[in-house]
Design a protein around this ligand. Structure first.
Ligand SMILES: [Zn+2]
Length: 565
């Protein structure tokens, strides 16, 4: 094998991250032989590095799970040796591993394992699967459905209490909306909760009543109250397996890192269990639930954002200000179409928000606040502006989770305070029917990836899975075309290019977790997290981007998808 001098090596590694992060490389140069024994090299790829120093390359080398050289196949080929794994990409497209900066893998990994998937096209089919599960469930125990979507049913109406009673009269039933802010319950469940049509709705929530009867639908804090009665229905072992399962599903779609946007003690434990057992295939940034004992415990132990390692890290702290975009409960300054008195729901008032933001900011926690509507976003900005004035930090990167409906004034303030928005990136495509409730005027300012980038705001990726599908290629198609699954276009002014969409899913997402030094681009010194795609999203028909096959996903130099490689 040809031995390279340090000078030759550096010359070859264009796009090198300023010499930082050379594992095994001493600056004096005596460790050259270890530098040039990569464990993996990839040749003949069309590599979109997302590194402005070398935007396109065709080969790279990996050692100790990190990229050590990026350049041309001719140069990188020289690093090959007998024990080195060689991937010939045969002209396929390579991108940095995709990062989902806001999703809920721990909660829904285990749901995939133990609950009833009701992501089905009709009420009749949902009734059938619930009935089947009830037949196998001991009397008195809950039947728990998840991934319900009221806008995708062939009956053209949402499921209600009467449907659920007919399917399952003797067990309490909850059918959770995939948006996560509303659920439908059967009569047995309401009996257990002592809720009747005359029960007043709690503040920040609603029990829906029609013609003097509960419809079954409960929103926001009303739903949360009901949920307190529902057992998690899973064991520690199942939750560990759930993390393994969801990491398998997500890496198969090309994701190599995710932020879990609402982590409590149980989820923290499940991630650690799955990491330790080797079942966890992706990297996780855990945003800690604001009201949880986990947050209080970490704070009192002096732990704050960034604690952990390259696989599992404590992230920011998460709070909620308003309702949901997909379930049409977000708080806006103008009403929903066809519901002139409905401006959505706030779940926190300014005073309380100011208090929790102050406490977290002063404890050096990055903060992520769920705010969909323009009213809620304004409140979050007020809270951030206040703490930054009182206790200025140089690089705090507080986030606005979802940040769905903006306007020019909000955009200016987001830029000025340096906040990071994480708008839904698969929603325009996947949730098309819901946009009828907002209308095109609002959609021109919703999920405003185009406006954020124009204002120089480092907008990051977010599926919010399960509310939105997590497939990053669907996300790229959605952001590029702004077309829904029925070919309707929503807010075409917010379209962005394929390169910009890649930026949202890689470098910007890495920045949202303070990890841009180690991930987000294919650059020497960074983690070897990448994805091999059968076709180039830049050149396929934009309406087909989501059909591009993910051929291989690699995390830290190890192939995690497909399993057999
Ligand atoms: Zn979320």
């Amino acid at each position: 094998m040809k031995k390279l001098t340090r000078g030759e090596f550096l010359g070859m590694s264009a796009g090198l991250a300023a010499g930082a992060g050379f594992s095994g490389c001493s600056r004096g140069g005596q460790a050259e032989s270890s530098i040039v024994s990569p464990e993996l090299i990839l040749l003949n790829g069309l590599i979109y590095t997302m590194d402005p120093g070398l935007p396109v390359a065709d080969a790279f080398a990996v050692k100790n799970g990190r990229l050590i050289a990026v350049g041309s196949s001719d140069d990188i080929k020289n690093l090959s040796h007998a024990q080195c794994e060689v991937i010939d990409a045969e002209g396929m497209t390579i991108a940095p591993g995709f990062i989902d900066a806001h999703s809920h893998p721990s909660a829904y990994g285990v749901a995939e394992l133990v609950h009833v998937d009701v992501n089905l096209p009709s009420i009749e089919e949902i009734k059938k699967v619930l009935r089947r599960r009830a037949a196998k469930t001991p009397p008195g125990q809950w039947v728990i459905g998840f991934k319900y979507d009221d806008t995708k049913l062939s009956e053209g109406r949402p499921i209600n209490r009467f449907d659920l009673d007919e399917a399952v009269p003797d067990h309490p039933v909850v059918v959770g909306h995939r948006g996560g802010h509303t659920s439908v319950y059967n009569s047995k469940a309401f009996q257990l909760a002592g809720v009747t049509a005359r029960t007043p709705s709690p503040e920040g929530g609603k029990f829906y009543v029609e013609d003097g009867q509960l419809t079954g639908l409960a929103a926001e804090t009303a739903d949360e109250k009901m949920r307190e009665l529902v057992p998690s229905g899973s064991t520690r072992e199942q939750r560990r397996q759930g993390v393994g399962l969801i990491s398998e599903m997500m890496t198969a779609a090309g994701l190599t890192s995710v932020t879990d946007a609402n982590v409590r003690l149980e989820a923290m434990e499940s991630y650690q269990d799955a990491y330790r057992s080797g079942e966890m295939r992706f990297r996780v940034y855990m945003m800690i639930s604001g009201g949880s004992s986990a947050y209080k415990g970490l704070r009192s132990a002096g732990v704050y954002t960034g604690f952990g390692d390259e696989y599992l890290r404590a992230g920011g702290v998460k709070f909620f200000v308003d309702g949901s975009a997909s379930e049409r409960t977000m708080r806006m300054s103008t009403p929903f179409i066809g519901r002139p008195d409905d401006y959505g729901i706030l779940v926190m008032q300014q005073e309380e928000l100011d208090e929790v933001v102050e406490e977290a900011h002063r404890a050096k926690f990055q903060i992520g606040i769920h705010a969909n509507g323009d009213v809620a976003i304004d409140m979050v900005l007020k809270a951030y502006e206040r703490v930054q004035k009182e206790w200025p930090l140089t690089d705090f990167r507080h986030r606005i989770e979802h940040c769905s409906l903006v306007n020019p004034e909000l955009l200016k303030r987001i830029k000025a305070i340096g906040a990071i928005p994480t708008p839904f990136y698969t929603y325009v495509h996947y949730h098309g029917n819901k946009w009828l409730h907002y209308g095109e005027d609002k959609m021109r300012w919703m999920f405003a990836h185009g406006s954020f980038l124009q204002h120089g705001i480092p907008v990051a990726s977010a599926s919010d899975y399960i509310p939105g599908p997590f497939e990053p290629l669907m996300a790229i198609q959605s952001m590029v075309t702004r077309k829904d699954y029925k070919d309707r276009v929503w807010g075409p002014n917010q379209r962005i290019s394929v390169d910009q969409a890649l930026q949202v899913c890689t470098v910007n997402a890495a920045r949202a977790s303070f990890e841009e030094e180690i991930k987000g681009s294919i650059s020497a010194g960074k983690l070897a997290d990448f994805v091999v795609l059968a076709e180039d999203p830049h050149t396929v028909d934009p309406d087909r981007i989501k059909e591009i096959e993910v051929v291989r996903t690699v995390v830290g130099g190890k192939t995690v998808y497909p399993k057999s490689v």
